[in-house]
Each structure stands twice: as C-alpha cells, then as structure tokens.
Design a protein around this ligand. Structure first.
Ligand code: ADP
Length: 328
C-alpha cells in the first residue's frame, strides 16, 4: 500500500454472529484513536453498492459491546457477486475518498473481499465473524463461544425433561460443514453421543451405543447432531430409525435453529472482538492488507485471505475420545 489510510470503512456481512458489534466498536474507536476517519457501511456489501455510508465517532458505538446481532445490519448481496456491482461499490468508495476496508464476516464475505481487492487493488482486512468456528487461520471465530454457551444452556433444559420422562432426545445444532459446535457443546452438556460432519460413525454404532447406555442403567439420553452429520439422514429420520430399533426409548427431537445465533455476546467473544478490531485497524495502518485477523495460542496472527478461505479448520480429534470415555 502506498499511503497510510486516512478513511477506513467497516461492514458486517453474511450470517450475523454475537460479537460483531463489539468488533465494530473496536474498529471505530481504534481508527479515531489513530486519527483516521471511520465510516460504517450499512447492510454489508449492499451498502457499498447503495452508497450507504455513515461517518462514525467514538460515541456512535456507545453501549453496543453487549449487544448481539449487528447494529449496521448484514445482508446477502447478489449484486456484489457481479463485476458491475463491484464496480459501483468501488466508485462509491472512491467518491467518499475511503482508502481501506474492514470486512467482518465468514468465508463467503472473504471470497467477495478477495475478488474485490484483486480487481481494484483496494486494501481490505477481514475479521472472522461466524458462530460455526469453521475458518482457517484462527482458533476462534467471533460468536462461536457465545453460541456453544447458548446450546449448552438449551440442552441443560432439555435434559430436565429427558430425565423426568425417561426420554431419548435428539438435539440438532448448527454446523453444516463443521462439528465444532456439536462436539464442544455436546461434551459441555454431557451428551451420550455426538454426530459431526467430520466423522461417520454409522447408525449401527449409534444403536449399539444407546443400547449399552440403557443396559448400564441410563434411563434418558441426549444425542447431539450437527446439521451436516455424515449419516445422510436428517435428525427426524435418525430419530425414527432409532425409535423403531430401540422401542423402550420414548424419542423426541429438538431443532435449536436460529436461537443459536443470537444473544448477548459472552465475555470471551467481547474480548476477542476487541482484540481483533484493534489489530485490524493497526494492520491497515501498517500498510498490510489482504489478510484475515486470527488468534492462535493467544497471539494475534495474520493469514492471507486466500489461505483463510481455502484452508480447513480442523476439529480437535482428542475431543471425540473424551466424549467416548465420558459417555459410558
Ligand atoms: P458468510 O460470509 O457468512 O460466509 P455468505 O456466503 O452469504 O456469508 O457471503 C456474504 C456475502 O459475500 C454475499 O452475500 C456476497 O455479497 C458476498 N460474496 C460471497 N461470495 C462471493 C463471490 N464469490 N464473489 C463476490 N461476492 C461474494
């Protein structure tokens, strides 16, 4: 980059996640701290195309660190996927003399950012915001910690009912491609079995395990299933398959759905968002771009956007063993 940016814009894009507001606050205040102007773009990439920019100051982000969702809104923007849409976005940025951009979002948002940066040589830094924790280059994404705490709280409540009625509950949690939420919330809530996209245990093994649980004296059980588990069946199909084969269990299904995305961010997510926001602006001011901010071993780490998009975030396979041992 030639010059230190003087006007930095920030947007939230893709699925919302708790901690996005805390990251926005950090980006705005760090820009102001270092003497740069900061503009919030409404509705993700749509706001770039619609020229919907708002000049922020340190007070514009008062009292948002504790709020879920994103006050500057997020949107899925089809126009930004077209060269014409991105051209409009670039022209609007130039008109406002904005010279750098922070994108808070998931890998779809980063793909858009990378294409845009390549086409227009426009400096961009990404902050990973998604509850799925499925982005390469960071141990944690914004919103993930809050989401697993939300899920654990929900499963604790479900367990009260399960144990009062000798029921077997199948709880579906988010995670189409990654089992982080299922695996960690499953262990945290003491689930008997956890089905994740990274591993195909097969339905026979599930039946065997539940039979063993019943024989060992458990009268109720919880099975946590990630949306994208590998059995090829959805949670309702799995539940009815088990009910047919283990008639002594009264089976119920609970799909947690969008409640997992919302809520007050945990302290962990607020601190993570604050650190990432500060680091994103400092990175741009140091003249670096086309990178994603991450945290690994408690250190801030920069990963090229391209690698962040293409790389796979691995689950900790030791957790599978922990779950197997503790669910006897
Ligand atoms: P997430 O960032 O949570 O993965 P999406 O995949 O919906 O969410 O992406 C968010 C937005 O990023 C899209 O609505 C679109 O505007 C932009 N985007 C995603 N993929 C591309 C792409 N290949 N080219 C340009 N823009 C993209």
């Amino acid at each position: 980059m030639k010059n230190k940016p003087k006007k930095i814009a920030v947007l939230t894009s893709g699925g919302d996640a708790p901690g996005m507001n805390a990251a926005l606050r950090a980006v705005v205040r760090t820009s102001v701290f270092y003497g740069a102007e900061c503009y919030a773009i409404q509705q993700g990439y749509q706001g770039l195309i619609d020229n919907d920019f708002k000049l922020m100051n340190a007070r514009s982000v008062n009292n948002i660190i504790n709020k879920g969702g994103t006050i500057i809104k997020s949107a899925r923007c089809l126009e930004f996927r077209t060269p014409e849409g991105r051209k409009l976005a670039y022209e609007n940025l130039k008109k406002s003399e904005i010279d750098a951009l922070v994108v808070i979002g998931g890998d779809g948002s980063f793909t858009g950012a990378m294409i845009f940066q390549e086409e227009y040589d426009f400096p961009i830094v990404g902050i990973p915001g998604t509850i799925d924790n499925d982005i390469f280059g960071t141990r944690y994404t914004l919103g993930y910690d809050t989401a697993i705490n939300t899920v654990v709280e929900a499963i604790d409540k479900i367990r009260d009912t399960a144990s009062s009625h000798n029921r077997l509950f199948f709880v579906e949690v988010m995670g189409r491609d990654a089992g982080h939420i299922a695996l960690n919330s499953g262990i945290g809530a003491g689930a008997e079995e956890i089905l994740i996209p990274e591993e195909n245990l097969g339905l026979e093994r599930l039946l065997e395990s539940l039979k063993k649980s019943e024989k060992s004296g458990k009268s109720s059980s919880i099975v946590v299933i990630a949306e994208g588990d590998k059995t090829g069946k959805n949670v309702f199909e799995i539940a009815s398959y088990v009910e047919k084969n283990l008639p002594y269990y009264e089976v119920r299904v609970s799909v947690l759905g969008h409640m997992q995305r919302g809520g007050t961010p945990s302290c962990f997510d607020r601190v993570l968002a604050s650190r990432m926001g500060v680091c994103a602006v400092e990175t741009l001011l140091e003249g670096k771009s086309k990178v994603m901010i991450g945290v690994i071993d408690d250190q801030m780490v920069l990963t090229p956007l391209e690698k962040a998009i293409k790389g796979k975030s691995e689950i900790n396979s030791n957790l599978i063993k922990v779950s197997d041992i503790l669910s006897i």
